[in-house]
Structures are given as structure tokens and as C-alpha cells.
Design a protein around this ligand. Structure first.
Ligand code: NAP
Length: 344
């Protein structure tokens, strides 16, 4: 059925890397589906990278945005509507829009520039959807209070586990159940390294180099291997799912760099694997290597993420999914946009 009345949602995409481009591709791929199923038209009225922006109040062409970025590396080169040097903050004053999709890089020192982008959008009455962990891990309470004060929607499903549904699962599907704890593998890079080490008997350094060559680990992998990426996600889950006010500094964090092939072999002999586990409850906020039983739901391989929500009514609910990827992460952002549209 095609809706007679089409609702327009104007969005700004701030950051145009893997996720920003994924969102753009998904909007293009799902254009007809969104019109048919929801009567919703998602118009990208601005997209921003470090070169500047492309902006048009009548909506930009997703395919042209992707081509411009692929060919020139700069959104400011968008034909006719490209603007050089404009910053995200300036742009948020200039454009008429409904929702900000904030997908700039994660910064766990001070959350910037994303924190200011999100605050500004909400203070102007705009909804915010993000995959950016940094501002949430450092300033969750402040952002949630701003959303409440301004009556705006603030959604961040993609910030934990990429495409793996967990936050909206807890808030919506498990509504009425009390989530007592969350326990899981929340970082794909470290899970890839540990899976390979368990399988090949290889050293940590050797496996990390292999992961770097495959583009699974970044050139500077410290946020992943030292446990900080998973710690950010634990903070987001603690605040949003357990209603426990906390920040990154409250998490006890240990990474995987000290795990030896000998420790792996010993664990294996006893029927266990070593995994980097994040845990949040009212008493615990921790990321550390732990033993999990071979054959258990936590024995996932490769870059997969897995998490168990322990609840009072539904008992344990476990989800597995892709923790990263351009289109995969964009799927979570699209679901947040649709939730906002549904609630409007
Ligand atoms: N990639 C994933 O699978 C994934 C999954 C879950 C969550 N996340 C999170 O999602 C966010 C985006 O990730 P990503 O992989 O898309 O990152 P990315 O590929 O590094 O892209 C970041 C984008 O932000 C732009 N940017 C950087 N500083 C900016 C600024 N001051 N103003 C405007 N734009 C700026 C960059 O511009 P240039 O293009 O000009 O360099 C680039 O387009 C991060 O916070 C990440 O942690 C990513």
C-alpha cells in the first residue's frame, strides 16, 4: 500500500565516513520501501565532513553525495551545493532540519566535537541519532537531561554493538522487565584477535598484525585492545538500560595484550575460551579477559558481538550480531530514525 500523505523528515549527516556513507546508501536503497511502508521520505538536507559541507534545503541526491566523496574525498566539492570550510556547529545554525545524525569520530578525551554538535541540535529542538560512543561515555547524564529538557528524541542504538539490537530491545521489547545486568563481548576487533589466537595458537602480537593487515584492527588499535571501546559501551548500557548513572572513569578496565598462547592453550584444555567480557550491574562496571565455556553463547568467533541481558521477568535474553560495518551500523541508525518517526 502506498500512503497518500508523505511525511518528510529532513536530516543532517554530520561526519561522512563509513557510517555516514552507510546511512546515505541505506536511505537511497530504502527510498521506495520507506514511502510504501511508512509514508516517510528521508531527505538529506546537509552532509558534513572535514572539508566543509553539501547543503540544500530541497534535499541532496544520496548517489551524488557518495560519488562526490568517492571521487574527490570532499563533500565541499558537491556540484552546485558544496560549501568549503563550514564547520558542523556553524551549519547547525544555518540549516532547517528535523534530525541530526551525528557520526563523527569517537573522542574519549572530551567527547568533542560531537558533544557540542548534539547539545546544540537538542537545544534548538532537533532530534539526535548517533553511533558515536565518546560523548555518551563521558556525558550521558548531561545529554539525557538536555533531551528531556528540550523535549527532543535522543537515540543511540548504533553506539553499542553496531547492528546488534540491544538498547531498543531493552527499552521497547523488554519493556516492563527490569534489566539487572548486561554481560557480553562488545568489541569485534578483540574478539577477532582472541578467536584467531585460540584457533591458531598464535601470539598476541602476530595476530594483531594480521588483524591490522586485514583492516580489522586500526593502525592505532589501543582503544580496542586496551578495553576502552568496550568500556564506553558498558557505560552507555549501564546508564540507558540499568539506569545507573556513571561515566568512563568508573569502569575497571583491563585489555587483552597480556594474554599468551600458553594461557589460551591451558584454557582450551579445560574446555574454555578467553574472551574480553564487559559487565554492568548495580555493583559491577568492568571490562576484562574472562573464561567462557566452549559451545556457550559467548563462544562467538570473528568480529561478532554478543550480549546477555539478565532480567527479572524474561530471565536471560541473549543477542548476537555484527558490531561494526558501514551498512550494518546504518541499519541501527535507520531503526532509530523510524522509531522517532513512529513516536511523532
Ligand atoms: N564504522 C563502524 O562500523 C562503526 C560502528 C559503530 C559505531 N561507530 C562510530 O560511529 C562514528 C563514525 O564512525 P566511522 O567509522 O564512520 O568513522 P570514520 O570513517 O572515521 O568517519 C568519520 C567522519 O567524520 C568526519 N569528521 C571528522 N571530524 C569532523 C569534524 N570536526 N566535523 C565534521 N566532520 C568531521 C570525517 O571527515 P573526512 O571524511 O573529511 O575525514 C569523516 O567523514 C564513530 O564515532 C564510531 O566510533 C562506527
Amino acid at each position: 500500500m502506498r500512503f497518500n500523505l508523505v511525511i518528510l523528515m529532513k536530516i543532517v549527516i554530520l561526519g561522512f565516513g563509513a557510517v555516514g556513507q552507510g546511512v546515505t546508501r541505506v536511505i537511497s536503497l530504502k527510498r521506495e520501501y520507506l514511502l510504501d511502508k511508512y509514508g516517510l521520505q528521508l531527505d538529506i538536507v546537509a552532509a558534513v565532513d572535514r572539508s566543509g559541507a553539501a547543503l540544500s534545503e530541497n534535499g541532496l541526491e544520496p548517489e551524488t553525495l557518495l560519488e562526490t566523496k568517492a571521487e574527490t574525498g570532499k563533500l565541499s566539492q558537491y556540484p552546485e551545493y558544496g560549501v568549503e570550510g563550514v564547520s558542523g556547529l556553524e551549519l547547525l545554525d544555518e540549516v532547517e532540519y528535523d534530525c541530526l545524525v551525528e557520526v563523527t569520530p569517537t573522542n574519549i578525551e572530551d567527547g568533542e566535537p560531537a558533544l557540542s554538535h548534539m547539545q546544540k541540535a537538542m537545544e534548538k529542538g532537533k532530534d539526535v541519532v548517533t553511533s558515536n560512543k565518546g560523548p555518551l561515555a563521558l556525558s550521558f547524564t548531561k545529554l539525557a537531561e538536555t533531551a528531556q529538557k528540550t523535549g527532543t528524541n535522543f537515540k543511540y542504538e548504533a553506539s553499542v554493538g553496531g547492528a546488534m539490537p540491544i538498547i531498543n530491545l531493552a527499552h521497547d521489547t523488554l519493556a516492563g522487565s527490569d534489566v539487572e545486568s548486561v554481560y557480553g563481548i562488545l568489541n569485534g576487533t578483540t574478539n577477532y584477535i582472541l578467536s584467531r589466537m585460540a584457533k591458531e595458537g598464535s601470539s598476541y602480537e602476530q595476530t594483531l598484525n594480521e588483524a591490522r593487515e586485514l583492516g580489522i584492527a586500526e593502525t592505532d588499535p589501543s582503544q580496542d585492545v586496551d578495553g576502552w571501546d568496550a568500556a564506553c559501551k558498558i557505560v552507555i548500557l549501564a546508564n540507558s538500560v540499568l539506569n545507573r548513572e556513571c561515566a568512563l572513569e568508573d569502569v575497571k578496565v583491563e585489555g587483552i595484550s597480556k594474554i599468551t598462547p600458553e594461557a589460551m592453550a591451558l584454557a582450551k584444555k579445560e574446555g574454555y575460551l578467553i574472551k574480553l567480557i564487559g559487565e554492568a550491574s548495580q555493583d559491577v562496571l568492568e571490562v576484562s579477559p574472562r573464561l567462557v565455556k566452549e559451545g556457550s553463547p559467548f563462544a562467538v568467533e570473528g568480529t561478532l558481538n554478543v550480549a546477555t541481558l539478565k532480567t527479572d521477568l524474561a530471565e536471560d535474553v541473549t543477542v548476537v550480531g555484527k558490531g561494526a560495518g558501514s551498512i550494518e551500523t546504518a541499519s541501527a541508525i535507520l531503526s532509530d530514525l523510524l522509531n522517532i518517526w513512529n513516536s511523532g
